[in-house]
Design a protein around this ligand. Sequence first.
Ligand code: HEC
Ligand code: HEC
Length: 402
Amino acid sequence: MKQFCTLLLFALVLFACQKNDFHVVRESDAGFQDRLAMETYLSLGSVSYASAIPAYLKVVGMQDPVFLDEKVVLGRVLFYDKNLSRDRTISCASCHKQTLAFSDNVAFSVGIDGQLSHRNAMPLANVTSFAAHYSSISGQGPTLLWDHRAADVATQAPLAFTNSREMDLTMAEVISRVKEQPYYAYLWKQAYGNFEVTEAALLESLSEFVGAIRSYDSKFDRALIVSSGQLSVTDTVVTHLYYQDTTITTITTSLPFFNQKEFTGLRLFVDNCSKCHSPIRPFQEVFMACNGLETKYVDKGLSAITGQISDEGVFKSPPLRNIALTAPYMHDGRFKTLAEVVEFYNSQVKNHPNLHPSLRDEAGGVKRMHLSTDQKEALIAFLHTLSDEKMTKDARFSNPFK
Ligand code: HEC
Ligand code: HEC
């Protein structure tokens, strides 16, 4: 009897310990069986996603996003779940790999039956907070995908699920695949209080996870965090760094953690690139443009949707955060290295009728940058300061499947 009691006590302690592994904020009504089923398949680790955005972003009015951890966790499992594709071989993460800043290292990613995606997979970081913020300040609508055809993740995700090259299911099939997996009952009840799987809830939790993938720990962020810490909130140093028309020399001659080469690269970037690519989205002025890759585009970009000739070759001007991790580059992955990209802007931009004015000279021709070898290297060195290796290793964004 005594032995039995000890055993019982041991089992209870074990149970209590296991329960603590999955810290839940709200009271759970999910049963023990549900949790056990979940734990058979998944190893979730820390499930707290709270994090504040750096002060230098608050200076310009960005808000801390609010996440409900249980929905983020559910979204993470959905993101990594290969069962949500027709032949159960592809998940969102197949093309959005954490080690590559949630992009892919091939021009076109492999989807169902070895078919290739039409365009280069885009990296994911700060997707929803920046989309919401800059669309609210610039009045621009849809902001996701290379042609801006999705307003948010809830609009974009069904395009991936139902794309015959990517995951190739109907949304009804996605829902029944979720219902048949033993690990979802627990997660769904944690997030929504029941296991009535709806498309709206599924898209909400996926959006929560994609939104929770945030990146604020590059060398560049650290430099701005330190410098903005010495400034009052009304100071405009950050703004000045990012507006092309404002010189930065009067404001700062160096940046913490930056060596001279990186700082030179930053200044070249401010002069030539930041109008279309602020690594901090709120300061960007141009969100879509034709950057002159072609005189005649095979992939027409925005004009494939609008039918307007003036939209040919117009693509999303992506944030360059983590850009050193996300080769190959451009909507079709044509450039393998940042050196090729810099050489393109330096000397190879083509005179497409829609070429953005920022890439033209005063006479209306194509601007040539005439960069020296040192300057090209400096620009590349600056682009490397945008990498956030912490995000690419953060266990909370990793594959939860055992
Ligand atoms: C087969 C590869 C593949 C799969 C699977 C895939 N994606 Fe993508 N993703 C892409 C490509 C390619 C693009 C750019 C597509 C375009 O512009 O037409 C993209 C773009 C995106 C974007 C837009 C990012 C931005 O900044 O504009 C988001 C968000 C995204 N995917 C999330 C997801 C989610 C969530 C899933 C799972 C439901 C998913 N993706 C599945 C390849 C994939
Ligand atoms: C007029 C706006 C504009 C300017 C100025 C500009 N770009 Fe771009 N950039 C774009 C657009 C639009 C794209 C996407 C083009 C495409 O894929 O068709 C792009 C793509 C890129 C990419 C690839 C991004 C990815 O995720 O694949 C890099 C890197 C890049 N630009 C760097 C630079 C640098 C460095 C400069 C300055 C020397 C610069 N850009 C100047 C608009 C601009």
